[in-house]
Design a protein around this ligand. Structure first.
Ligand SMILES: NC(=O)c1ccc[n+]([C@@H]2O[C@H](COP(=O)([O-])OP(=O)(O)OC[C@H]3O[C@@H](n4cnc5c(N)ncnc54)[C@H](O)[C@@H]3O)[C@@H](O)[C@H]2O)c1
Ligand SMILES: O=C(O)C[C@H](O)C(=O)O
Length: 308
């Protein structure tokens, strides 16, 4: 299994590191536009191989996409991250051009590739990849829900004062400060609804902290997060590489599912060797349905700013 990661910055390098450490891929190719940067990151990571005990070969290239030929999976992390006080949507002006160009280069050299889109605003960037790549829809997957769900579980465990391994939960809808939908109604502690343990006030705290999870870290770090995003991508790549048929919320092109069409939004899906094996239709409460529709409306407005 050959994986390309475009953008050797904070998220791209973290993603390459987690993929290598889990030892399920033969090769990871890092690509960046900054001269020598991907080569340097690849060399540094390869010098951890004997220390961390992995055999994955990591190489780097400055924009030579012929080195990515025959990739099974490609992860797009190229583009600028937000600074404190910004929204993800404000990145569209610079990132749309980068994502479009990168997509064209990837597909040219790996026509059978499955693309995982990370660059923000992610739901809109995933939509852009659909509109410009010509790839079938099961081979384009936006990463947001896997990360947001991990943050939801972190906040749930904090509120429950429980180990994170006791907690399960999922976030769907948009990967944005306002459009995220943490499904509190379905979150559990060892199979018991978390609503049985948490006061109304604590439930609201968990929801609000989850939704602004990325903004909170951006304020603390001065740039956006990378460890959990890298780990989330590695889980998705592993689900494809090992045909795990794992249920992961991902931003996918909808065609009537959840009442929406011609938009990429976070929904639960089975991820395996073919990329998206199927979208899972779960029952939402009336309030959740309304919030999903509201998130779709906001993402559609941002999509309207795209020029193809
Ligand atoms: N979807 C998510 O959950 C999620 C999570 C974290 C970050 N992000 C997004 O991922 C993106 C990257 O974040 P980061 O922290 O790694 O930023 P970063 O600045 O550390 O890295 C981005 C890299 O992209 C490279 N790049 C720019 N244009 C390129 C091009 N045309 N071809 C190849 N490489 C190019 C840059 O040189 C840089 O090294 C941002 O847009 C950020 O908002 C998304
Ligand atoms: O918050 C950001 O801008 C980056 C990313 O989308 C995240 O959620 O960490």
């Amino acid at each position: 299994m050959k994986v390309t990661v475009v953008g050797a910055g904070a998220v791209g390098a973290s993603c390459a590191e987690y993929i290598a450490m889990k030892n399920f891929c033969s090769e990871v190719v890092l690509v960046d536009i900054k001269e020598g940067f991907a080569e340097g990151k690849a060399m540094d990571l390869m010098q951890t191989a004997s220390l961390n005990g992995f055999d994955t070969k990591i190489t780097g290239t400055t924009g030579d996409y012929s080195k990515t030929a025959g990739s099974h999976v490609a992860v797009i992390t190229s583009g600028i991250p937000r600074k404190p006080g910004m929204t993800r949507e404000e990145l569209i002006g610079i990132n749309a051009g980068i994502v479009k160009e990168v997509t064209e280069n990837l597909v040219k050299h790996s026509p059978d590739v499955i693309i995982i889109v990370v660059s923000n605003p992610m739901d809109t960037m995933a939509y852009l990849v659909h509109k410009t790549s010509g790839l079938p829809k099961h081979r384009i997957i936006g990463m947001g829900g896997a990360l947001d769900s991990a943050r939801f579980k972190y906040r749930l465990a904090e509120a429950l004062e429980s180990p994170i391994s006791d907690v399960d939960g999922m976030v769907i809808a948009a990967h944005s400060d306002t459009g995220m939908l943490p499904l509190l109604s379905k979150a559990t502690r060892n199979g018991v609804p978390v609503t049985e343990f948490l006061s109304e006030e604590k439930q609201q705290y968990v929801i609000e902290e989850t939704k602004v999870g990325g903004a909170t870290l951006t304020k603390l770090l001065g740039t956006s997060a990378w460890y959990a995003p890298g780990a989330a991508v590695s889980v998705m790549v592993q689900a494809i590489a090992c045909d795990q048929k794992k249920m992961i919320p991902c931003s996918l092109m909808l065609d009537g599912e959840y009442g929406e069409s011609d938009i990429c939004l976070g929904v639960p899906a089975i991820i395996g060797a073919n990329g998206v094996e199927r979208i899972v239709d779960i029952t939402l409460t009336e309030e959740e349905k309304a919030k999903f529709a509201e998130a779709a409306k906001a993402v559609r407005e941002v999509n309207g700013d795209l020029k193809f």
